[in-house]
Design a binder for this molecule. Sequence first.
Ligand code: ATP
Length: 874
Amino acid sequence: MQIGLTEQQAQQRLAQQGENRLAAAKRKRPLSIFLGQFRDVMVLILLAATVISALLGEITDAVTIILIVLLNAVLGFVQEYRTERTLEALSAMTAPTARVFRDGTLTTRPAAELVNGDVIRVEAGDRVPADCRILRCRGLFAEESVLTGESVPVGKHPGAPEDTDNAPGKDTLLYTGTGITQGAGEAVVIATGTATQMGQISSMLSQIEAGRTPLQERLGELGKTVAIICLAVCLIVFGAGVLRGEPVFDMLLTGITIAIAAIPEGLPATVTIALALAVNRMLRANALVNRLHAVETLGCTSVICSDKTGTITENRMTVTRLFAGGELYEVRGSGYRITGEIRLGKEICNPAAKPDLTALLRCGVLCSNAAIRTDREIRCRQRGSISAAGDWQVQGDPTEIALLVAASKAGVTARSLSGWKRMEEEPFDSDTRCMTVLARSGSRCTAFCKGAADVLLPRCAFYMQNGIPQPMTPAMRQSLTAQAQLLSGRALRVLALTEKDCDSLSAAEYGLTFLGFSGMEDPVRQEAKEAIRRCRSAQIRTVMITGDHPATAKAVAAQAGLLRGRQVLTGAELDDMPEETLRRQLDRYSVFARVSPAHKLRLVRAYRSRGEIVTMTGDGVNDAPAIKEADVGVAMGLTGTDVAKQAADVILLDDNFATLVGAVEQGRCIYANIRKFVRYLLSCNIGEVLTMFLGILMGMPMVLLPVQLLLVNLVTDGLPAIALGLEPPERGNMEKPPRRPEESFFSGGLLGTILLRGVLIGLSTLACFSLLLHMGCGVAGARTGALTTLVLSQLLHVFECKSEQKNIFTVPYLNNGKLVLAVLASLLCLFGAIYVPALQTVFSTVALSGAALLRAVGLSLAVPLVAALIPKGR
Ligand code: ATP
């Protein structure tokens, strides 16, 4: 009988039932994004005032103002739309998948396509994609804390076929969003989307909305304070103008325009755009950011706790040593290469003549879920599938693949052992560190068990010598332990291989026969070494946390360059260490070996209690608590389970440590960039407000007209500020200590720099205005000069904002093409407004004479020159 639905049935049901989604993600429509640009009260008041001025006959002014406001809205819309789409694309990338039977074959589909009646397969590490009734299962446990708050996994059993009610708390059902912690099984979908238990819990749905990041909150607050100051200034300007006899309506328009030009109401939105752009950049570098706030926190990371296998090493295991029958063999050929031979001393040996070696390799092949082939591709779902030309096509856990490849070199293959039929399996588990398979060949039934040497040696009562089991003596056990230690010390992962003739898995707990060791090499990633060095210079501590043997871990850590005089602490030692001692002594260790996922959680907590900002990697189901607890939880994209990915803030698509360090660097860079554009925007705004404010107070004619102010706002605030957010990381970005998260945004004298620069911009604009007035350029000429100085000094300032250390003479001008283009576009707008006759009428400008232009340019140049003479705050 065919399992599950046919494709046609599924499509029909999908059309009736709708997609299996918890809540239709609130997708913002383009129109609402566009209209959102006019939500600002000030803009609305301006538009109203403009309409009134149009009615009063000021048609050109009114049309210009409306056009500029529209243009600004279009720019805002384009940016926000792109940001929305980026974030949407990201959530689509992390959308869950399901393994479902369609037309009788098991396929992987987006979980959204599941319908009632579909039969799915789940295994440890999966996240349940829909509410379903269990059909068959083996040792199945699910963690349902998202629904029940109870974190102890619940045992699951098959349910009655007539049961289609997805009431909560049934042990025959699996519920959407819960995680499978153990076992495997098949289940039939009985509820999808909002009909699931999860869909009914509305509080969960609120989590779907992306919250604002702490930085956005802080800048939002800042924006409000600045807005209040600006409004006060506007009132004063308005009042002073009216008292001086200026027309009330003109002053009203001026006041509102200053408010629009100066209030940084778009600050939090600009931060979102900058963060979204950073997220995009990180994605291109293989780091998928699940939650926006992680980008900020990554930059504060002071400790990175990394896995060893696959992250610091390549997870491309090769058996290089075999120990059997008291002899140490060398296995030649690296990686998954088809060629290679087995040597004893200098001689190539014939494995068939070595019964102990053959028994060892047989155990490696039978006690395995991996598969290797040289012909066609294998289709089965296992973790970490790798293949390359000239290599074996491989599928499965790299540790097991390495054993299969080594056995193949000796002619021991799944085919040559086809007489053995697998009966039962106790799968590998990071906690037990071993795996057992019960197999039968004719009348012989044998348990084959492989695992960590320190786990299995104590369970061995015999050892194999010339094909005959000999009783294990204390001396022999000691000598074997020493042998394992020796191999581990050479950075090899050592596995003990054992067997026992028995007819149940439980009988294979003790009394095993030791067959030998396999020592496998897993090269350290070259780029990881460099990344670890970069972390050191950035004063980020790298710590390796691994389930592997301490000696192997230590040797690998030394190769990767992260040991540096520090020590290795084992999980067992960790258990004996009181909390207080651990906290005090944490600095001594950079490797934690033979640790279980529970230890990881303890370590994260210990580091955090010392005020460290912890970034922690993980892949297994049991790593999820530690990933959640860390400031930035990171899951592995290739080998990680759904549960780990779900808990993580960042997913490393290539599992590579260097990618993680790159993401930290980007995190630092984006924070620096946000500081850059906040510095730029605020100092420019202060400059603009001061110009208008002081002008009025000093009894000058209005320095800039509302349309001119709006023009300044358009050409300086929009594109150049966004382009600053795209600055590449500055040199030296990874050579300073991490920022403290509680550190003030304006630390390092940023506020002083902003105020000073604002004052200088304001003064030079005023100076130009009064200079040109005295030169007899008339008010229109003086205004045009002031406009030129104001815009030019801001466009020069944008280059200064590229660095907090460098000044206008030392800053690299051309390393951000987008900024150069944005500045050129702004210049074009400015000179167009001054020299194109049609635009002159619109903006009430006049063509500047050479002398006037020279003064305007000179005064704007004076600003960075004066600033360069003033010593930096940091
Ligand atoms: P990490 O990925 O955290 O750096 P790890 O991958 O080395 O650590 P585990 O996969 O938990 O840690 O492995 C722990 C130990 O279990 C290994 O040192 C090895 O001895 C043993 N082991 C690993 N894989 C298998 C396997 N497939 N079968 C049997 N034993 C295994």
